[in-house]
Write a protein that binds this ligand. Structure first.
Ligand SMILES: [Zn+2]
Length: 323
């Protein structure tokens, strides 16, 4: 499949001009709604996605314990603060608070609108302090390096933030990664499944950061390291479900400040940048869930389900022959 180098325009003063969506002059409040395609899909996948989210938080912390990277950035409720600090201390890690913010969790916000969470960094004392300084100075390169993010991705993120701190990163990354039929308002992308960042809305991801493009080799290496830590911690199921979900096709689009993501099992709506026209990304897939919705339009399939096989998918980094 053809892989096109992203169309970057070098600018001596500003680094690179990154693809951005044209926008209107309003911003919607944050929200996230999900609609399952069927009860069957919800009963099977909702608990799995919740398990993935829980396993991921633990995996992020473990990558610092295991020395994969110096620091982890985390959010913790006021209730969980003491426990996190104590278990980190046992591993020789320090928790440094960065800021307090209102909880975006629907459950806790509905039950207690004033629920607060702490943003904090965890690492060896010296690393955590360095991160806190980088955070205060808005030093993306230093902060990203301490979080173990690849240098290319840190550079990309810093450039993106310099040009606009409030943009739709999904579009920016996809526009740098398109593989086929790129048109001005429709991008068809492929990329490594592990670098599929669209499911981050629900906490399903294989890397902790926004990769510089969907084929970034260094990010793929980081995904392998995270999966290795997760396997060692007994999280094989969460890793396998994540890998399966990230291989499904999906369509993401944005119009008038609302992003919509159609997947085989669930449709999501959330706030995004306000555009006057619809912009669409179609992410191809190599698997389809047996309980996925059927249809003629992308990303749905009509044929009998082809279930991901962890043993036959040659691209599967978790259970691949080399792992
Ligand atoms: Zn990169």
């Amino acid at each position: 499949m053809r892989r096109t180098e992203p169309s970057l325009k070098a600018d001596a003063n500003r680094g690179y001009s990154l693809p951005r969506l044209p926008r209107m002059d309003f911003v919607l409040p944050e929200f996230l709604r999900s609609m399952w395609v069927s009860d069957e899909a919800r009963l099977r996948w909702q608990p799995r996605i919740e398990s993935i989210s829980t396993a991921w938080r633990e995996m992020e912390w473990l990558t610092v314990v295991e020395g994969v990277r110096p620091c982890v950035l985390c959010s913790v409720s006021t209730d969980g603060w003491s426990e996190l600090r104590n278990r980190s201390k046992k591993q020789g890690l320090t928790v440094v608070p960065l800021m307090v913010q209102r909880s975006m969790s629907k459950g806790s916000a509905a039950a207690n609108p004033s629920a607060m969470i702490m943003r904090a960094v965890i690492g060896r004392r010296r690393d955590a302090k360095r991160f806190a300084r980088a955070w205060a100075n808005l030093d993306c390169a230093e902060a990203g390096a301490l979080l173990g993010y690849p240098e290319c991705c840190c550079r990309f993120f810093a450039d993106a933030m310099r040009q606009s701190a409030d943009q739709e990163m999904l579009w920016t990354v996809a526009a740098r990664s398109y593989t086929t039929g790129a048109e001005s308002r429709l991008l068809r992308v492929d990329g490594h499944p592990e670098l599929n960042i669209f499911w981050r809305y629900l906490g399903v991801k294989a890397v902790p950061h926004i990769p510089c493009n969907l084929n970034c080799a260094d990010s793929l290496h980081l995904a392998e390291q995270f999966a290795g830590v997760g396997r060692s911690a007994g999280q094989e199921d969460a890793i396998a479900w994540t890998s399966e979900i990230l291989r499904w096709p999906l369509e993401w689009s944005v119009l008038h400040g609302i992003a919509e993501m159609k997947t085989p099992i669930v449709k999501l709506c959330t706030n995004s940048v306000a555009t006057r026209s619809r912009f669409t990304i179609r992410k191809s897939g190599s698997a389809y869930p047996e309980d996925g919705a059927r249809g003629v339009d992308f990303p749905f399939q009509q044929q009998t389900a082809v279930r991901t096989s962890r043993f036959t998918d040659g691209l599967h980094i978790i259970y691949g022959t080399g792992q």
